[in-house]
Each structure stands twice: as structure tokens, then as C-alpha cells.
Design a protein. Structure first.
Length: 577
């Protein structure tokens, strides 16, 4: 459903640019104020030329040239200063929206198309900046020019001006009607291009799967269909704008013809001299451009209003997990963790994923989480990181409720090594020191050595300054995983979460990664999400989860001896292997 957005939402971003905008408006006043002067001088020089007064004509020509020079200097000041303010405003909006997005919950990003978010942060905000720029650089000067010229022509001959004003309401009505239609079509077009951007993100991210399934034709046809929807929507907008300009231009031409007819009548009646009529005609001609610019700007403002709506729609989304007022920084902890009657359900499903979890983990203890897919293993550790908050119950670290501490201080003492390592565009050093940009290279190298990554990094063309590319595609799985371990080592966390970091590796890479993990696990509280049970034999305790509950607890040997659910899992994997 369409939401009633307006440009008033930009006011907080306009206020810091008040001085800059004021400077631009001073230039605008000078620029606009000289239009009536030029119209008056046009009448005077026409009289001088008609009378054959060469000296007077030369004097007036020089004065007109000087006036034009001053006006153009003022126009340059207006345009350049306002461009600076508009770019600053777009920058502030973009950074504010990005910062706000970072506070939102994980579930928001899981349910939102990344291509759409990217489009709003780039194209939509650029359009907002362009609208702000054109408002002060074109619309305001044009509007003031219309007012100044209108006052001047009333001063020259109010009867002639009153007659010409008959056509003005018709033009205003047409411009408004077209503007509303353009806004509707523009929002539809922007939604289609956001869909297209999302599809491209999905395709480029999954290009290997597309090629593996020979699905190029399928994705191409899907892309063509979405591109066609966008083309039709854009064409409908442009066609509407194309109809508008000839109609408004025709009405302007009628106004000029009416001017000549009525002007001749006023001269014949003795209410207007020939010089004044030329000045009046020059002034009316000065109205044509601002009317056209105002018409075009109005359409763009309606299109921009759709972008403003899409941008500030993001600012209306509130995070589910918030820091409490007066939240404290979590002090350095030993790593004792307690889940106290924890119940959790995702907002989309409303079904309990975790049910009445009660357990305590001692500092330095290694806990393995075992269970079938959907049992709640990942959800359990996500609550510890406060990616989500439980609907009931509490989680404590060293006796401190994690809801009462700041998110940065909590996550600064917990490291996550995921099953699928995520690397970002940048150097290998940047990726190891991710979130810690001030770490010296020597410290980064020490972390890499612990993670068994230093040797292969040193053999790369630029060493630690080698650019890894988007998502680290030019590194093997084992290399990416060791970089992720080095990242965790550098953080030096008290609590460590491993999402089966060796399950997708070959035997040689697995051995190197496992050796690095053994160093990393020392003297830390550890949760291992286990998919292959061979990796959890050394755990101090194994939690077997089923339907959101811990149904078994014990060591590997104890659970095998009980010959219950864990023993069944183990037997299945052993015989399948």
C-alpha cells in the first residue's frame, strides 16, 4: 500500500546546510532580480535604436552586457554552492540510512531482497539529492523569476496582465494532474528496477549453480521478462511527460499570440507606449523558460517523492533487538554461560524453535551441539550473539544478563567461525583484521601463523596485501577457512562458536584447519555445531537437540553407551561413511 511520504522528512538533513543554502539563495536573489532590469533595458534600447541615437544605444548595450555578466556570475555562484549542499545532503541521508540498517535484526535481512536495499541506498538517494539540487538551483529561481516578472508586467500594464492570467490556471491544473500521474508511474518503475537489481544479485551470486544446471536460458528468460516490465513502466512515464510538454507549450504560444493582440489594443488606446510594449514582450518571453523549468521540475519532484518514500521507509523499520537504556559494557568475562528457561520462535513462523532450555556451561568447557536439521542448533548460538532475543527466559554470561549489556561489548568477546567463510573485497590483511582496522601487520601475521595461514599467504604475489576479490573466490575453501580462523584468533575471544568448520574440506585442508582449531580452542568456552560426529569426540559435553529441546547430554563415550538418539546418529554416519 502506498504510504503518504513528503519532503518534510528531509528537514533534519537540510538544517546543517542552512548557511550554504542561504549563500546560494543570496546569489539566486541577485540572479532573479536582474531579469526585470534586463526587460526594462530591452525597451529602452529599442527606443534608442528606433530614434537612431547611436551613443545612447551603445551606452545601453554596454549596460545590458554588464548586467548579463553580473547575472551569470550570480548564477554560477547559485549553481555551484547549491550542488555542494545537495551532495552533502545526499551523503548524510545515505550514511544515516546505512547506519540505521546496521541496527536492524538478522531476520529483516533474511526477508528483504539485497538488490532492493542496494537500489534504495544508491539510485533512490541519488535521485533525492538531484531533486534537492534542482529545487534550489532551478525551481526556486524559476519561481522567483515568475514572481518578479509578474510584478513587473503588472506595473507596466495591469489590464494586459489580467487578460493573460486567464490561461495561467489552465496551465497550473495540467501541470498538477500530470505530476500526480508521473509520481504513480515512477514508483511502479522504481519497484520494477529494484526487482531487476535483486534478480541480478541472485544470478551473479549463484552463477556456478546456474551453469551446473544448464539454466542459462531459464534465467535469461526471467531476466528479459523483468526487464520488459521495467521498460514498459519507464516508457509509460516518459510518454506521459512527452504529452505534457507539447500541451503546455501550445498554451504558452497562445499566450504570446494573445499578448500581441491585446498589446496592439492597449497601444491604440494610449495605455501603453511602443517602448513599454517591447519591454513587456521581453518580460513575457522571460516567463517561458521558468514555466517550462517549473513544469519539468514538478514532474521530477513527484518522481523524487517516490524515492523519498522508498528511502525513509527503511528508517521506519525498527530493530527487534535493542540495547536497553543505560546498557553497560560487558566487562572481561571468564566464559560461564547460563540459559535460563529460554523459549524462542522466529517472527515469521510463530512456532517454538527452542523450548525451555536450561543449562550451564563452565568457563573453558567445550560443548558440541548435535541434532537433525531444524533441531535448533544454530538458533541456540544465535541467541548468545543476540542476533535474536528469546520471547521467554534469559541468557547470562558470568551472571550478567546479556540483555543489559551493549551489543558491541557482548560480540567483542564472542568469535564466530562459520561453515561457509565470508570474505570481503579487500586485502587478506584487511580480512583478518576485519572490524579491527588499527591492528599492526606483525599482530596479523602472528594470528595467521596460529591459524596455519601464514605459509600460503606469504607465497601469494602481494603477500598479506594480496587482493582477495569479492567473496574470496580466488582462494580455496581451506585457505578461506584458515583466514576465518586467523580473524577469530586476532579477536582473542573468551567464547568461540564453530559451525562445523571442516565439513566441506578435503583431507589435507581439513588436517591443517583442525590443527589451527586445536590451537584456537585452548582456554576458551566453545560451542561446536556438529554435522559430522567424528569432530565432536573431544567435546566435554554433547547436547543432542530434537524439536527445540535438549534430549540427551553427556560425553561421546557416555552417549554411545546409552545406545539412544546420539548412538543412532553416530551409527548412521559411521555405516554411511
Amino acid at each position: 500500500m502506498k504510504q503518504p511520504f513528503s519532503y518534510w522528512q528531509l528537514l533534519p538533513y537540510l538544517r546543517p546546510e542552512f548557511i550554504t543554502i542561504s549563500q546560494a539563495l543570496v546569489c539566486t536573489v541577485v540572479f532573479v532580480g536582474l531579469w526585470p532590469v534586463l526587460a526594462s533595458l530591452a525597451g529602452l534600447i529599442s527606443t534608442a535604436v528606433g530614434e537612431g541615437d547611436v551613443a545612447r544605444s551603445a551606452q545601453l548595450a554596454g549596460l545590458i552586457a554588464l548586467t548579463f555578466l553580473v547575472q551569470k556570475v550570480a548564477q554560477y555562484g547559485q549553481d555551484s554552492i547549491m550542488a555542494k549542499a545537495a551532495l552533502n545532503i545526499a551523503y548524510q541521508v545515505r550514511t544515516s540510512v546505512y547506519q540505521h540498517l546496521q541496527t536492524l535484526s538478522i531476520d529483516y535481512f533474511e526477508a528483504t531482497r539485497t538488490g532492493d536495499l542496494s537500489y534504495r541506498l544508491t539510485e533512490d538517494i541519488d535521485r533525492v539529492g538531484e531533486v534537492v539540487n534542482k529545487f534550489f538551483q532551478q525551481f526556486v529561481p524559476s519561481l522567483l523569476q515568475l514572481i518578479a516578472i509578474f510584478i513587473y508586467v503588472i506595473y507596466l500594464n495591469w489590464q494586459l496582465t489580467l487578460a493573460l492570467m486567464v490561461i495561467a490556471p489552465v496551465i497550473a491544473f495540467i501541470v498538477t494532474w500530470f505530476g500526480e500521474k508521473v509520481q504513480t508511474l515512477s514508483r511502479r518503475s522504481q519497484n520494477y528496477i529494484a526487482d531487476l537489481s535483486s534478480s541480478l544479485t541472485e544470478v551473479f551470486s549463484g552463477i556456478r549453480l546456474i551453469k551446473a544446471f544448464a539454466a542459462e536460458d531459464y534465467t535469461f528468460n526471467k531476466f528479459c521478462a523483468e526487464a520488459e516490465q521495467n521498460r514498459k513502466a519507464r516508457y509509460a512515464t516518459e510518454r506521459l511527460k512527452a504529452i505534457q510538454f507539447p500541451i503546455v507549450g501550445f498554451l504558452e504560444a497562445l499566450a504570446v499570440l494573445l499578448l500581441f493582440l491585446l498589446g496592439g489594443w492597449q497601444i491604440a488606446a494610449g495605455n501603453l507606449s511602443t517602448s513599454e510594449f517591447i519591454s513587456y514582450g521581453a518580460a513575457v518571453l522571460m516567463l517561458i523558460d521558468p514555466i517550462s523549468i517549473t513544469t519539468a521540475n514538478y514532474n521530477e519532484f513527484k518522481q523524487g517523492e517516490a524515492s523519498v518514500g522508498r528511502v525513509f521507509e527503511l528508517m521506519r523499520v525498527q530493530p527487534r533487538e535493542k540495547e536497553q537504556d543505560g546498557a553497560i559494557a560487558l566487562p572481561s568475562v571468564q566464559g560461564k554461560i547460563k540459559y535460563d528457561h529460554v523459549w524462542f520462535a522466529y517472527s515469521q513462523t510463530k512456532e517454538w524453535v527452542l523450548k525451555d532450555l536450561n543449562f550451564t556451561v563452565d568457563p573453558g568447557e567445550m560443548i558440541a551441539l548435535v541434532g537433525s536439521s531444524g533441531a535448533g542448533k544454530t538458533s541456540l548460538v544465535n541467541l548468545l550473539l543476540r542476533f535474536y532475543d528469546p520471547q521467554q527466559g534469559n541468557i547470562f554470561i558470568d551472571g550478567i544478563n546479556i540483555r543489559e549489556v551493549t551489543l558491541n561489548s557482548l560480540r567483542g568477546q564472542i568469535a564466530l567461525v562459520p561453515q561457509e567463510t565470508i570474505l570481503f573485497s579487500g586485502t587478506i590483511a584487511d580480512n583478518i583484521a576485519f572490524g579491527q582496522p588499527n591492528k599492526p601487520l606483525e599482530t596479523i601475521q602472528e594470528a595467521a601463523k596460529i591459524a596455519n595461514a601464514h605459509q600460503f599467504i606469504s607465497q601469494l604475489s602481494q603477500g598479506y596485501y594480496t587482493y582477495v576479490g569479492e567473496r574470496g573466490v580466488n582462494l580455496s575453501g581451506g585457505q578461506r577457512q584458515r583466514i576465518a580462523i586467523a580473524r577469530a584468533v586476532l579477536l582473542d575471544p573468551t567464547i568461540l562458536i564453530l559451525d562445523e568448520a571442516t565439513s566441506a574440506l578435503d583431507s589435507e585442508s581439513e588436517a591443517l584447519v583442525q590443527e589451527a582449531l586445536d590451537r584456537l580452542l585452548k582456554d576458551r568456552t566453545v560451542f561446536i555445531i556438529a554435522h559430522r560426529l567424528a569432530t565432536v569426540r573431544g567435546a566435554d559435553r554433547i547436547f543432542v537437540l530434537e524439536n527445540g529441546k535438549i534430549i540427551e547430554t553427556g560425553t561421546h563415550g557416555q552417549l554411545l553407551a546409552e545406545r539412544s538418539r546420539y548412538a543412532q546418529f553416530y551409527a548412521q554416519q559411521f555405516y554411511q561413511g
